[in-house]
Write a protein that binds this ligand. Sequence first.
Ligand code: PLP
Length: 430
Amino acid sequence: MTHAELVKRHRAVLPEWLALYYEEPIDVERGEGRHVWDAEGNRYLDFFGGILTTMTAHALPEVTAAVREQAGKVLHTSTLYLNRPMVELAERVAELSGIDDPRVFFTTSGTEANDTALLLATGFRGSNQVLALRNSYHGRSFSAMAVTGNRSWSPTSLSPVQTAYVHGSRRRGTPLADLSDEAFTEACVADLEDVLGQLNGTVACLIAEPIQGVGGFAAPPDGMLARFKEVLDRHGILWISDEVQTGWGRTGEHFWGWQAHDAAGAPDVVTFAKGIGNGLSIGGVIARAEVMNSVRANSISTFGGSPITAAGALANLDHLIANDLQGNAARTGAVLREQLDGAVGRIPAVADVRGKGLMIGVELVRDDGTPAPELATEVLEQTRRDGLLIGKGGLEGNVLRIAPPLSLTEPEAREGARILLAALEKAGQR
Ligand code: PLP
């Protein structure tokens, strides 16, 4: 099948709304380390890691071996029977969780993990009122969409969701833009208090990403969620930390994103997916036992924590920790920032470079300061031509997202930064 035929067949049978990057979509055939190759043999440095799923590296030998070994035994049984890899993985995740008396439930995706977390929190609290943050993204199901504050990603809303904070409200030209981190945090806490004051009855939980992923790698000031937690604790409201993008050391400074906000203690519930399986479809929920065990209705996930995904995820986590990839994310992330930070002020389209570790956002604007999604698309196309894959996101689609596998080397960081900077310099000049 030629590339053109594949594109035609894709478009004929898959939904129109299924996101597909590039004018000439890439047909990725294989990967190794931080690189992927398309069917025509072109090589790309991968700075998006399959939307942050390739956590350690492409074709990591330990993961491949674990999957092969398990596939040779049995592909799947059921959680109705004992499953050694799942038990071992749950123990490992519990040990790493930072949550007291944790219990772990596996799912097949981040959406399903958040759905489960909402079921648990609403069941535990006996209320369907859920708080979410503006500009958030929590997944593709009916309930995950309902708590997704980024309307461009959420065509439905189950019930009005009260939203308490928005990074976007701090954009240039808006009233909150010039506030210090402290003053901004206080304003957001006051907003949360205000929202809670207007609600009748019990509120079940607040669901929040420590750094908004799809929202354009936008981080609240460190400590802000701890201040939220103090307020939530006064009302007995649970805190769900959606770590689908921020978990497993990606931010460099911490193993979990919430740890930048841990002054008031750990979240009640943590959800994860993407990186744990290095591309295998596994996600899950960690919650204190009293919360996890409070809802009995959702007693099974047919595929969640299947032996093959659990065995692969375990090998992936072991590699990640044994090789201190969190430390590597901090080091190589700093190299990237060293290269990219100078673009602000030097390249007019670059309004902001932000993020932590290997989760870096580059926000693009037009001459008049308005968001420039067209420049983001242009840079995506140019970097692809030059052999670099990156992502984009943000409320307005004007933020480039950089999230390579955590085994990135310093020379690769420099090479990627060089390609990206050259594309940024060129953007808007054609
Ligand atoms: N939560 C966050 C923070 C995400 O970024 C995503 C996906 O991008 C999800 C949940 C949904 O995960 P999945 O696509 O695995 O269902």
